[in-house]
Design a binder for this molecule. Sequence first.
Ligand SMILES: [Ca+2]
Length: 404
Amino acid sequence: MNKILETILLLLILIITSSLSGNLLTPDYFHRDFCPQKAIHSIEIIALYDLGLFSDIPWGISLVGDSFWFTDVVSDPWEVCSLKQYNIPMDTLTGVIWDVSDVGYSRWIADMTYDSANGYIWCVSVGGTDFVYAIDPETGIIEDTLYDPDSNWTDISQRGIGYDPENDIFYIGGWNRNRIYKVKGKTWANDGEIIDSFPANNCAGIGWDRVTETIWFCENEEKNTIFQLHATTGAVLCSLEIEWCLPYSLAGLEIADDGTIWFVDMNQKIVYYISSPLRIEEIQTPHCISLSAYPNPFNSAVTISFDGVGAGSPVPIRAEIYDLAGRKISDAEPVEAGAGMVTKDNSTGSVSATASLTCGDLKFIWRPDPSLPSGVYLVRARFGQGGPSTGSGSVVSKRVVYLK
Ligand SMILES: [Ca+2]
């Protein structure tokens, strides 16, 4: 009798534990645990422009033809601000610089946006009238002004500005109110009036995306993030964590006509040009990727491993090492690819692995050349086809610390 009871008890325990472990090991549970509620999108840095030699505090950005214009605020005193033109293909300043210190009796100019119909750069003035001003980049002269007839968005300084030319609507906002105002442009009867407004925490820069007809803004926060908002409801559609920038770095932002994102890192004095997640989704690469490095800091070698959710089939992966100035140092070598394949591209010398990322079975290793100095390096994992030149594929990155 005792034996029968014992067996029944054992069977019950077995059934309970197996159902528990079954629950714990289902892919659904794994994915939820692994990929939190917040959507994480990977980011491809297409290019970066170092303004260190050309600026004190770069702030606003506006894209005009093959140039971008940026505002440069002199930190001491804060009353001096200039508007500078940077030639993108030549990768240097053009030499055209306008003094915009007294635009709107301001202390400085924050973000900007380009109005192609009139050829104006619209600028947010800070600390004076707090209006926005249209400057002709050919002459540096103020050609137009936009302000709120009800003084709702102009009673305090704003930071970001984006422009929808099809509907003549400005998106203006900042971190004093943590709001973005949807504002009537100059062809409307009551120009400057607010149509609507949306919450936008610590908003520093704003851009209008003509491709998806959505608003993008960057948050100047400890953890720098760029958000995409629905233009009618203000709902957050996606967020991009800019994890390689120092805390409180993001300033001006603009969206190019092809939907790519440009933003200013005011602390490192760099303009970044990154791909839009729209393209990433089009090519069906993993939508949630985790990259881990162990040990970190490391001395002789660091092992880099990946997990990804959303990769239905094996994808090619490369792990590259960059220094903080954006220079490529080397490739990391794949050491374990489970059921995947390791291939070498003889034309470029780069090594890549093709593996399914859902089982976390791929590892790379990096053994730095002994001549390399100690310091912080970036591991950049490139997923899918393409690279910076094509704008396709996607990248996640992680900082590792090399200590000799
Ligand atoms: Ca802008």
